[in-house]
Design a protein around this ligand. Structure first.
Ligand SMILES: Nc1nc2c(ncn2[C@@H]2O[C@H](COP(=O)(O)OP(=O)(O)OP(=O)(O)O)[C@@H](O)[C@H]2O)c(=O)[nH]1
Length: 332
């Protein structure tokens, strides 16, 4: 094959910037996959757009990446309220000199990917300059069975995928994994599927796939290209975010968090937080999916960074007041 001439526009052979839409239910491993992609020595320049469900931005803080620019959209979910923001961000990116090799959009775990993908076909400016490369859906092998019962979004995310990353294979037995894969395949027999632990998949299996297939999507959703197509969230799901303007006492906070996750685990779909522990120079970061929690000390608080403690809980029937009260009681 002859060498392709180098361009500095970032665009591919079609002259358009490839866009990857990264989706998957709450806690499936989207940010883990994003960080994996960004950490590889790919020599490319990506713009990353992160949309989060919750009033306090935490995900963008957890995205690694030296060169990437990360744009946050936290005022609502990209599949409905902030689609206009997505168009504006992409418009802004396209006007920059130098360009990008690709754009990665990480949606909220509750997003219906259809209207997000639709953006790349409905808005003329966006359509002229970008090309939807693939919808990549991360699936949580541990919780998929439950999600297919209680979350229609999880089903749509799989149906819409061009690439499926069946993640958290370490948390299930080989038999369970085979069962989950069969459930995924029953919904979407077409997408390439990769079984992973910690979203370990080769970057070339995820980016530059040229896999988005409009014909298949039109079969799934015949009105895909019609304006006014709308997705609605499971309105039972709420997000409770609390910020303390300072440090918390780990001896109070950690027992409370553990106890809360055990008690409310069934309703608690997702939890995360970045905390300043009293006397601790490093940031403590925790993440949870249902009752399973994971936390550790990460990088130092920077001198120009204000020490604050933030938590976000996402789930059903959460008692906002009780969470706020209990968390504030941990302040020092
Ligand atoms: N055991 C296990 N844990 C994993 C794996 N992949 C990711 N995790 C953990 O699962 C949690 C959620 O991962 P994230 O990558 O933040 O998930 P997400 O889909 O971005 O979550 P939201 O943005 O909140 O929807 C984190 O604590 C990860 O460290 C895996 O393969 N196995």
């Amino acid at each position: 094959m002859p060498d392709m001439p180098e361009t500095n526009t970032g665009a591919d052979a079609s002259g358009k910037i490839p866009v990857t839409v990264l989706t998957g239910y709450l806690g499936a491993g989207k940010t883990t996959l994003l960080n994996r992609i960004l950490s590889e020595p790919h020599g490319k320049k990506f713009a990353v757009i992160v949309n989060e469900f919750g009033e306090v931005g935490i995900d963008n803080d957890l995205v690694v990446g030296a060169d990437e620019e990360v744009f946050e959209m936290n005022n609502g979910c990209v599949c409905c309220t902030v689609r206009g923001d997505l168009i504006r961000i992409i418009d802004g990116l396209m006007k920059r000199k130098g360009g990008f090799d690709g754009i990665i959009v990480e949606t909220t775990g509750l997003a219906d990917p259809a209207p997000v993908a639709q953006t790349f076909f409905m808005d003329q400016d966006v359509q002229d300059r970008t090309r939807l490369d693939a919808v990549v859906t991360v699936v949580d092998a541990k919780w998929l069975g439950q999600r297919l019962k209680d979350a229609p979004e999880a089903h749509n995310q799989i149906a819409f995928a061009d690439v499926l990353v069946l993640n958290k294979t370490d948390l299930v037995t080989p038999e369970e994994l085979a069962g989950v894969e069969a459930q995924v395949r029953a919904i979407n027999p077409y997408a390439r599927l990769h079984r992973t632990r910690n979203a370990q998949v080769a970057i070339d299996d995820v980016l530059g796939r040229n896999a988005f297939d409009l014909d298949r999507i039109m079969e799934l959703e015949p009105d895909f290209l019609e304006a006014g197509h709308h997705a609605h969230h499971d309105s039972d799901i709420q997000s409770v975010a609390v910020t303390i303007d300072g440090d918390v006492d780990p001896d109070k906070f950690l027992p409370w968090l553990n106890d809360y996750a055990q008690r409310e685990g069934a309703n608690l779909l997702r939890s995360k937080g970045i905390l300043a522990f009293r006397g601790e120079p490093k940031r403590f970061v925790f993440q949870g999916v249902h009752m399973m929690l994971d936390g550790d000390l990460q990088r130092d608080w920077r001198p120009d960074e204000k020490r604050t403690s933030r938590i976000v809980m996402i789930g059903r029937d959460l008692d906002r007041e009780a969470i706020e009260k209990a968390f504030r009681a941990c302040a020092v």
